[in-house]
Ligand binder design. Structure first.
Ligand SMILES: [Zn+2]
Length: 275
C-alpha cells in the first residue's frame, strides 16, 4: 500500500511538471533605436506575439514588424507562446537617438486666432486619414527592401523639433526630400492605395499607402495624384508628382510612416541610413 501511495505522488508531480513547460528567454536582446522600424524573426517559432502587451501580427514563418516611438523608453518586451507551448520573451533594447532641435525665441511663436471653420475642416481631414490607416491588413509588402520614393537630399529629418522659448512645437513626423516641383514620386515598396485626395489644409494633396501588418506610408504636398484608392502599386510605380500644396514653403516630398498609429522614421528602412 505504501509503495502505491508513493507511485501516485510521483505520477502527480510528473503531471504538474509537464503542465508548466519551462519558459523560453532569448539570450541576446533585439537592438534598435528610438523611431525605428524593426523587421525580425522570432528565435523560437510561435504565436500570440505582443510588444508590451500590444498584439503584433506574425507571418506563418514567425516574421514580424514593430515600430518604436520617437520618445520610447530604453526597453520593451516581446512576448509570445512557442509552438511547443512555452511562454517566451525577447527583450528589446532601444538606444536613444539625437534629434535635430531648433531653439527659437518665444516671441516667434504665433498661434493663429481660434477658427471654428478651420477646426471643423481639420477634423474631417484627420478623420479620413484615420479611416485610411485603420486596418491591419495581412499584406506581405513590408518585407521587401524599401527604396527612396523620390531622388533628392533629405532636407528635414524625422523627429526634428522646434522650441519657442520653453514651448515645444509638434515634432516633424516624417522625412522631407528636397526635389523640384514635378519630380515623379514612386511607391517605396509594393502597396495598396488607401487614400488619394486633397488638397488638405496642411498635407496638401496626399496619398496613403498600405504596406501590410499596420505599416503605412503617407506622401504629402503633391502637385498631382496619379493613383486611386484600392489600386495595387508595384515598387517603383509612379503615384504622383512633387509639389508644394498644403502648408509647404517650397516644393518637396514629405514621406511619413506609421505603424499601428505610431509615427516612425522611414529612413530606418532605407539601406543607406539603416540603424
Ligand atoms: Zn515634412
Amino acid at each position: 500500500m505504501k509503495l502505491l501511495a508513493l507511485l501516485l505522488v510521483v505520477a502527480a508531480a510528473a503531471t504538474t511538471v509537464s503542465a508548466t513547460p519551462l519558459p523560453f528567454r532569448a539570450e541576446t536582446p533585439l537592438m534598435t533605436r528610438q523611431g525605428a522600424i524593426v523587421r525580425a524573426r522570432l528565435p523560437r517559432p510561435g504565436h500570440d506575439l505582443t510588444l508590451d502587451g500590444r498584439p503584433v501580427t506574425l507571418t506563418g514563418d514567425s516574421r514580424f514588424l514593430i515600430g518604436i516611438d520617437r520618445d520610447a523608453g530604453p526597453t520593451a518586451m516581446l512576448s509570445w507562446t512557442t509552438d511547443d507551448g512555452r511562454p517566451a520573451r525577447w527583450a528589446v533594447t532601444v538606444a536613444p537617438h539625437g534629434w535635430d532641435i531648433d531653439r527659437l525665441p518665444a516671441r516667434l511663436s504665433m498661434p493663429g486666432p481660434p477658427n471654428a471653420e478651420y477646426d471643423a475642416r481639420r477634423e474631417r481631414e484627420l478623420g479620413q486619414v484615420r479611416v485610411a490607416r485603420a486596418d491591419i491588413s495581412p499584406l506581405p509588402f513590408w518585407q521587401v527592401a524599401f527604396v527612396r520614393p523620390a531622388p533628392g537630399r533629405t532636407s528635414t529629418n524625422f523627429g526634428a523639433q522646434r522650441f519657442y522659448g520653453e514651448r515645444a512645437a509638434a515634432y516633424h513626423g516624417g522625412m522631407d526630400i528636397a526635389a523640384p516641383g514635378g519630380t515623379p514620386i514612386v511607391a517605396p515598396a509594393p502597396a495598396i492605395v488607401r487614400l488619394a485626395t486633397g488638397p488638405f489644409a496642411l498635407e496638401g494633396n496626399i496619398v496613403i499607402l498600405d504596406h501590410g501588418f499596420g505599416l503605412y506610408s503617407a506622401m504629402m504636398h503633391l502637385s498631382r495624384i496619379d493613383v486611386k484608392p484600392g489600386q495595387i502599386l508595384a515598387q517603383g510605380e509612379q503615384l504622383g508628382l512633387v509639389g508644394a500644396t498644403g502648408r509647404a514653403t517650397g516644393p518637396h516630398l514629405h514621406w511619413g510612416m506609421t505603424w499601428l498609429g505610431v509615427k516612425v522614421d522611414p529612413a530606418t528602412l532605407l539601406p543607406e541610413t539603416r540603424g
